[in-house]
Design a protein around this ligand. Structure first.
Ligand SMILES: CC(C)(COP(=O)(O)OP(=O)(O)OC[C@H]1O[C@@H](n2cnc3c(N)ncnc32)[C@H](O)[C@@H]1OP(=O)(O)O)[C@@H](O)C(=O)NCCC(=O)NCCS
Length: 157
């Protein structure tokens, strides 16, 4: 299956919000998702016109790159879509260190990040009661693409 990864367009927002709602059972992130798309921080995976997953890359974690959200439509999981999104976020990350996190109870997310070469880097308690947030870290290579306002095109040594 060819996985196409692109920066999300405003026209993708409805599908992104629907995937988020069906996964987490709430609309609480609606404004955050709209803001992320509007500010070019959201990537989507597509199959034709269908959005099959999305990922949001921020730089809000002590100034370091941080995958704030990564969600694949339930019907499209275990086909490498999250892996493809992670790879693209790695190549677009403006910092040499990339962090993300997963709840202790979220084994699929932990396995996904570990399969992509992330290692554990501590944890934070008291975010979700009784379910610590495991921090993951990956040191990025020396040569990669750096994101700019037009997409993920510029190479940096
Ligand atoms: C976590 C998530 C994004 C993974 O998406 P995905 O597209 O299914 O992941 P991939 O197909 O790229 O999986 C890559 C590898 O990760 C591991 N993996 C992924 N899901 C797994 C699972 N449920 N159980 C065990 N290993 C898993 C496997 O090694 C897999 O490779 P394989 O399928 O060849 O064995 C998806 O399950 C999801 O959207 N979950 C709900 C949202 C969420 O928890 N997001 C993360 C925190 S924001």
């Amino acid at each position: 299956m060819a996985i196409s990864i692109e920066k999300a367009a405003n026209t993708d927002l409805g599908q992104i919000q629907a995937i988020d709602r069906m996964t987490f059972g709430s609309d609480s992130r609606k404004a955050f998702l709209a803001d992320s798309v509007a500010n070019g921080r959201c990537l989507v995976a597509r199959d034709g016109d269908t959005v099959t997953g999305f990922g949001i890359l921020e730089q809000t974690f002590y100034g370091q790159g941080f995958i704030g959200l990564l969600v694949v439509h339930p019907e499209w999981r275990r086909r490498g879509i999250a892996t493809a999104l992670i790879r693209r976020m790695e190549s677009g990350c403006p910092t040499r260190k990339l962090f993300t996190s997963a709840n202790e109870s979220n084994v699929p997310a932990q396995k996904t990040y570990e399969a992509c070469g992330f290692v554990r880097s501590g944890y934070i308690e008291n975010l979700d009661e009784g379910d610590p947030e495991i921090i993951y870290f990956k040191r990025l290579g020396k040569t990669r693409e750096v994101g700019d306002e037009h997409g993920y095109v510029r190479k940096r040594a």
